[in-house]
Design a protein around this ligand. Sequence first.
Ligand code: HAX
Length: 435
Amino acid sequence: MDQLKSRFNEKASALKTEIKALLKEHGNKTVGEVNLSQVFGGMRGVKSMVWDCSELDAIEGIRFRGYNIPQLRELLPKREGDKEPLPEGLFWLMLTGDLPTKEQVDWLSDEWEKRAHVPAHTFAAMDALAPDTHPMTQFSVAIVSMQTESVFAKRYAEGMGKHEYWDATYEDSMNLIAKLPRVAAYIYRRTFHNGDHIEPDTSLDWAGNFAHMLGIKDADFMSLMRLYLTIHADHEGGNASAHTVHLTGSTLSDAYYALASGMNSLAGPLHGLANQEVIKWIFEMVEKLGTKTPSKEQIAQYVNDTLAAKKVIPGYGHAVLRQPDPRFTAQKTFAEEYIKDDDYVNIVWKLFEVVPDILGSLGKVKNPWPNVDAHSGALLVHYGLKEYSYYTVLFGVSRALGVLAALTWSRAMGFPLERPKSVTTEWVKDFISNS
Ligand code: HAX
């Protein structure tokens, strides 16, 4: 058993015993009530699943195993000469609850490199898609096509017992994460660079190698990718992509099916696709106003025009957060440190000064502040990655870390098939008249 798997097994076995005892004694305790607005309103705030890898607070933002983003930036191991955390370290933290050492992270980089082989039929599946297929569609197809490699599916067919589910899911998760940079870079080069692919550089870490295969030759872009792939990884369990992976996985669909489901969910404009929508909307603003240095008044007018057309302001608002997203702030801090005077970054910062007041004045938007997607596009454009339909794939590569760590936990805890109750409007009317 490898060192991460054995560490995980120790932690998971102990927690499973603890949960069993806890449920035996307190299983009937009520943790909250559900009102009709929540039933009709996307289940906001309904406590209905356990997700130990990260936790979201409306004001404080995300914490991964208790650590917030500035702490992760400081405490997670880094590549020599770089200031940004290695995403390998976050995966170790989410899976074990412990901050890893540099040696443990280096071991994980090597382990993922060993598992990175992508089957030939996956490249063929991507090549069979029309060149203008959206990159998220290509990503989802590629992930499902790799299901042929699933250790879980193979061992299930051979009759594996329940006690082995976590082990097979761990193997699938490690293998899948290892393969994603190659697949994602292939999609980028295929779609935007005439299929001029770049071979992996095995001397690099997971994120660094991904940046290398994308073909953007700037050391600061590698640093950005390390930070980007760290901060997008997880946002507790209730967000759409995480919850989708959890739901699909609960049927004992393997990690490949579960991750592909989650990616299809991430591809919606109210969720991960918002990162492409933000920069598209900013490009259209620049085009419409005829300047890359619009005044705050011009920006405010453009924002009001967007709202008058009954559209949302992409990159603003959140179902849980009630403050600027710390992931937005982390990217702003990165831009302050690494990027001097960039027109698109400046627009993002001016939007931050203008949009919250406008959204707040509508009286219905619960969170007028920027979310993670408000900033990422301007950083990518700065380094030359301007093809915005690709942006959600970057988010997806990162999100895999969190949702697959959580999927491994779910199988280790033996969480059952998820099956909430739906009601009809007729039932609701009867309920009201009888209450
Ligand atoms: N612009 C305009 N109106 C907005 C808005 C925004 N950015 N955010 C919320 N509203 C509106 C809602 O559309 C809703 O209007 P109606 O009552 O007319 O339908 C009202 O304000 C109340 O919504 P809410 O309770 O504040 O927000 P929700 O929890 O329902 O939705 C969303 C949260 C993120 C979907 C929402 O804020 C939104 O659409 N934002 C823009 C898209 C976006 O940036 N999505 C990415 C979110 C982060 C993420 O998941 N990244 O991957």
